[in-house]
Ligand binder design. Structure first.
Ligand code: ATP
Ligand code: MG
Length: 251
């Protein structure tokens, strides 16, 4: 593919973020490919969550620019950013469901809030979403407390997908899950990305899990003390000779 045919969903242009005198991001300059799965790896405190907050417009850079879906976030008002967030589906470390709402209610919530669909259409869409993440009808009316950790993840994923986001963001989606559930969630991320491929949905994952990252990512970026020190297709990343990355991979 020639450079002109490659599309990027997110571009960091020399982004520096300083809190007081501490620069947490230092001239971060990299582009995330549209329609692909990119994982951001790095040791604790490297600045991964800070990077994600910039994509969502929760934080603004001290210097530099971020283009998301061809829009410069720096030019947006608070209201425009809130509206713009409909383009994102966010899956948190702990599913972050509404405790008092059933699986159905959780997934219906964004549809009621942000679309003009009628109740019948919402019901139809919620059922399709819950089925698409592998949940069966008997779990639709259950509360989060009545579901297993893996099932809660599925509901969280269905809710994040409700508005057909152009970018799915996952902040440590498998931290704290057992190995089997971890594998299931990774497969779910893969199948979700595959389903979203027709509409060029982009997935950005923050992870500590090296094995899963190597298995499911198209591209891997490595963040070290606020700098992106490597950003490569997965096969090339595996062979990186950067000593920091070797140390991380060989842990
Ligand atoms: N609002 C803030 N004010 C001051 N310092 C902050 C703020 N947010 C983050 N930091 C600092 O920025 C650095 C990076 O934090 P960040 O949460 O982005 O790391 P991380 O890579 O996500 O780490 P982890 O893997 O532990 O989640 C840390 O030193 C943190 O203390
Ligand atoms: Mg973090």
């Amino acid at each position: 593919m020639s450079e002109s045919e490659i599309h990027y969903a997110i571009e960091f242009q020399k982004v520096t973020k300083t809190f007081g005198t501490h620069s947490v991001l230092k001239e971060v300059d990299f582009k995330i490919h549209e329609g692909k799965i990119t994982t951001i790896l790095g040791f604790s405190g490297a600045g991964k969550s800070t990077l994600l907050k910039h994509i969502l417009g929760i934080l603004k850079p001290t210097e530099g620019h971020i283009r998301v879906l061809d829009e410069d976030m720096a030019n947006m008002s608070e209201l425009q950013i809130r509206e713009f967030r409909k383009n994102f589906g966010m899956v948190f470390q702990y599913a972050a469901l509404f405790d008092s709402m059933s699986s159905f209610g959780n997934v219906a919530f964004p549809l009621k809030e942000f679309t003009s669909l009628n109740l019948e259409e919402i019901k139809d869409k919620v059922h399709k979403l819950l089925h698409s993440v592998g949940l069966t009808d008997e779990s639709f009316d259950k509360l989060p407390s009545e579901l297993s950790g893996g099932m809660r993840k599925r509901v969280g994923l269905a809710r994040a997908l409700a508005l057909s986001p152009r970018v799915m963001l996952y902040d440590e989606p498998t931290t704290g899950l057992d190995p089997i559930t971890t594998h299931m969630v990774d497969d779910l991320i893969l199948s979700t990305a595959a389903l979203g491929q027709v509409r060029k949905m982009t997935s950005v994952i923050i992870s500590h899990d090296i094995a899963a990252t190597l298995r499911i990512s198209d591209y891997i970026a490595f963040l070290e003390q606020g700098e992106v020190v490597e950003h490569l297709p997965t096969q090339e990343f595996k062979k990186s000779e950067n000593p920091i990355i070797r140390r991380f991979l060989d842990l």
